[in-house]
Ligand binder design. Structure first.
Ligand code: SF4
Length: 216
C-alpha cells in the first residue's frame, strides 16, 4: 500500500500525462456504452469502435437489439473475436434490460450484474462513466499498474478494487479509473513499460525490484 503523499504524487503525474482523461469507447447513450463495454472484453477499444457505428446504426436502442437476429449481430461483430458468445450476451442483455429495468441502464452495480455479459468491472465502468458514480472498474491495466505501484497485492480484481477504494477515499475514482487505464495502456505497458521516462521510479515497487535483479 502507498502513503497518501505518494498517491497524490502518482495522480499529479498521471494528470500531467493525461490532462483530459476520458472513456475511449464511442457511444451516444448509456445503453450503447453498456453494449460497447460488454463487447470490449478480450478486445481493444479501438476495434470495438470500428464495429459499433454499424451495430448502433442498425440497433440503436435496447428494444431494437432485443429483437435482432443473433446471426445478423454475429455477422456485424465477427471481427471482435468471441463473437458468438458476445452476440448472445448483448441480445440477451437487451431483453433483460427491457424486462427488468424498462430499458433503462440502472445506476446500481448489483442490478447491472443481473444482466447477461455484465460482470463487476463492466458494472463499475458503466456507473462511473454514465452516472459519475465513485466506482473503479479493475481491468487488466489497472490490475497490473496497481501491483507495480504497490497500490495493491490483491490476487483478484475484487481485492484490488477494495484496496484502491480504501486508499482513494476522498478522490474522484471515476476519473482516477481512466488515468490508471491510460497509464497502463500507453506508458506502463505489460511488455516493455516506459520506465526510463517515468517520474514514478522512486516509488515504484516493480522498478525497484528490477534494479535489485540487475544488481544496481
Ligand atoms: S517505473 Fe516503470 S513499472 Fe513503474 S510505474 Fe513507471 S513505467 Fe510503470
Amino acid at each position: 500500500m502507498q502513503t497518501k503523499e505518494n498517491i497524490d504524487k502518482i495522480f499529479d503525474y498521471l494528470n500531467e500525462l493525461y490532462p483530459n482523461p476520458k472513456c475511449e469507447l464511442q457511444y451516444k447513450t448509456p445503453f450503447q456504452l453498456l453494449i460497447a463495454v460488454i463487447l470490449s472484453a478480450q478486445c481493444t477499444d479501438k476495434r470495438v469502435n470500428e464495429i459499433t457505428p454499424l451495430l448502433f446504426e442498425k440497433y440503436p436502442t435496447a428494444i431494437k437489439l432485443a429483437n435482432a437476429s443473433i446471426e445478423d449481430v454475429e455477422n456485424i461483430i465477427r471481427p471482435l473475436g468471441f463473437f458468438r458468445n458476445k452476440a448472445k450476451s448483448i441480445v440477451s442483455c437487451s431483453k433483460q434490460l427491457i424486462e427488468k429495468f424498462d430499458g433503462e441502464v440502472p445506476n446500481d452495480v448489483d442490478k447491472l450484474q443481473e444482466l447477461s455479459g455484465v460482470g463487476r468491472k463492466t458494472a463499475n465502468v458503466v456507473t462511473a462513466e454514465v452516472y459519475g458514480a465513485n466506482n473503479i472498474g479493475v481491468d487488466t491495466h489497472i490490475f497490473r499498474v496497481s501491483h507495480r505501484l504497490d497500490l495493491s497485492d490483491g490476487a483478484t480484481p475484487l481485492q484490488v478494487e477494495m484496496d484502491l477504494k480504501e486508499q482513494f477515499i476522498g478522490r474522484k475514482m471515476n476519473v482516477d479509473h481512466y488515468l490508471l487505464v491510460l497509464f497502463g495502456r500507453y506508458h506502463c505497458k505489460a511488455i516493455k513499460p516506459n520506465c526510463e521516462n517515468c517520474k514514478l521510479q522512486s516509488i515504484c515497487k516493480y522498478y525497484k525490484e528490477k534494479l535489485v535483479e540487475k544488481g544496481k
